[in-house]
Design a protein. Structure first.
Length: 183
């Protein structure tokens, strides 16, 4: 009797298989390694099927070939401009900045073309990187700064909201029964 199989004509064996994954392959994509599965005497070896399972990433979310991310910036950066360096999935460091004079509104979406994932089966083309901006507002602002902001924003359409307790010109003219402060 054979010591390895103990007369069963089969033995357990571990084997390392290499699987070539296409660039941009989607979650759930299947790859088959023919004849690499279990074998029994007088039967053809089975196949090994590898199914890709996408890992969650701490920065990016994937939708097809596009990548989505959220970026928090301060109110000052939203009003005056920002610049940040992003480490992409492949390790490249990419500088992202907005155009001078462009105001970023809360939850606005901006696209950086061709910085997404490669398209599956067309790896020479890339999807887009879509950034959703979250604006971090200060908890408080002193009276002097509030007045300076109000003066700076006059005529921009933001002055009515920047005036705070003073209200807008039209709100000041309206007759009111009571004025309440927010807490």
């Amino acid at each position: 009797m054979c010591k390895d199989c103990k007369g069963k004509k089969i033995k357990k064996e571990k084997k390392k298989l290499n699987v070539e994954v296409d660039k941009g392959a989607p979650n759930g994509e299947k790859y088959t390694k023919h004849g690499e599965g279990d074998e029994i005497p007088e039967a053809e070896a089975g196949d090994v099927i590898v199914i890709l399972e996408e890992k969650k990433h701490k920065i990016f979310k994937r939708k097809g070939a596009d990548l989505f991310m959220e970026k928090e910036i301060t109110l000052l950066e939203a009003l005056t401009g920002f610049e940040f360096v992003l480490t992409h999935l492949d390790g490249r460091k990419i500088r992202i900045k907005n155009n001078k004079g462009e105001v970023i509104k809360p939850d606005s979406l901006f696209t950086v073309e061709k910085l997404g994932m490669p398209f599956h089966k067309r790896s020479y083309e890339n999807g887009n990187l879509i950034i959703q901006f979250k604006i971090k507002f200060p908890d408080t602002i002193n009276v002097k700064s509030s007045e300076l902001l109000s003066d700076a924003l006059k005529g921009t359409g933001a002055a009515a909201t920047a005036k705070g307790a003073k209200g807008s010109a039209t709100a000041d003219k309206e007759e009111v029964a009571e004025t309440c402060e927010l807490k």
